[in-house]
Write a new protein. Sequence first.
Length: 458
Amino acid sequence: MCFPEKDFIYKMQEREFSAERIIENKDGSRYMKKRGAGLWSNMSAGYRRHYEVIQDTFGVQFLNDHLNPSYHQPGLFSRKDLGIPDEEWIRLRDNCWMQNSWSATITPRGAFFCEVAGALDMLFNGPGGWKIEPGWWKRQPEDFKDQLHWCELCGFALKNIFSRDAKEEVDDVSPTVYEKLRKLDSPKLKDGHINLVKIENGEISEESKAERPPFIFGVCYIENYADRFQKENSILFDIDYDEFIVESSDNFGQLLNKAITESQKEWILIRTSSKADITTLVEFLGNSVFNPGVLHKGTDYLFFSKKALSLRKIGFDGIAHMSDSSELIDSWENGKIIDVTDIKEMTRIGSDLIEGGKSYAIWGSGILGEYFAKTVRLSGGEVSFFIDKSIEKQGEKFGGIPIFVPEILREQRNDFDAILIANHSAFDEIKKDLLNMGIDEGKILMPYEMIESIGVKS
């Protein structure tokens, strides 16, 4: 994340997926798994303040400024209020998408197999979690029994349930949970931000579900990933700078220190010549996210943030003895210096595997499928349709593009130039299905091939 990024969220997706590695199970099956630490953030002032450290530390970032509608299913919901019998409940609970897709957690009260279990223990003053000690996270499902009682108050394993826009700041709860919150004297309940869902004969009343879309696992809670980030309202694009002319001389370093000290703004533009042309830099200012740890060099100018870690390491005395801008460049951290004079080298245009003017089908209409679809468009290709095995998705549209059943490929195998597999775990199985349908192997692009190919084209 050194280059100024106009398409910030697309770049974040590229970093996220490029962190995935292929893992092979003992039975020979393969899946893709993200590697490294992850960060969940709403891109607030704190995110901007620590931007350089965040980019240095977290290869995987799940970001959402919550300024656009984002739909979530009710989390505070008891299966007993819906009359779900034990046998059916155990099957649902053991296949909970939340537990299978998310992670264990640590709270001030101990360690838990599930983030929601940890949160419920905090909310309802439970008995606490496991002792935090080396290897606690290696526990297997058979070790979760003493914490599974929290699942009885969690709605994430339930099927055929509605969702609500998070911006409403209202929690939909079932009667059992509502009563618990009432006894706790919940501030949110008193403020009117808790909605008691009406349940009649084990069914959620239509009144409670009115005008709210159903929750379907695998369908993005925001259809377009880019909608997690409202560019026009983001403080990440707000670049305010002071401008100084500091030419090469015996007292260059002293004058540079003086400029840094006198500036009241975070960013500084240093012209080493009064004739410096900053046209290319201006093209990015105001519409791109800049990394404050990066030194941007152009012909006869430098652009940097006073918060850069490199600047702090160099220090006042280190700068004071410099005689020209090249010494500042040489002292800056390797990998955090970019030349902004060639704008083409800073333009993200897609994948080398995608050919302009050709049509592509995509198997998988989730986040990875959306990412591949955008990559196809950026590369000059066209997405003809999506393929998905999910019955709930078939016949719908994803980003304005139709979603078909896999069987249609038998009839339309000649209606596309290649098919992209957008699935993290079943890509080998999907490839076998495609081959059995008569799709030529040369027309099949695996997800790891696509991910590796995406970047800047020369």
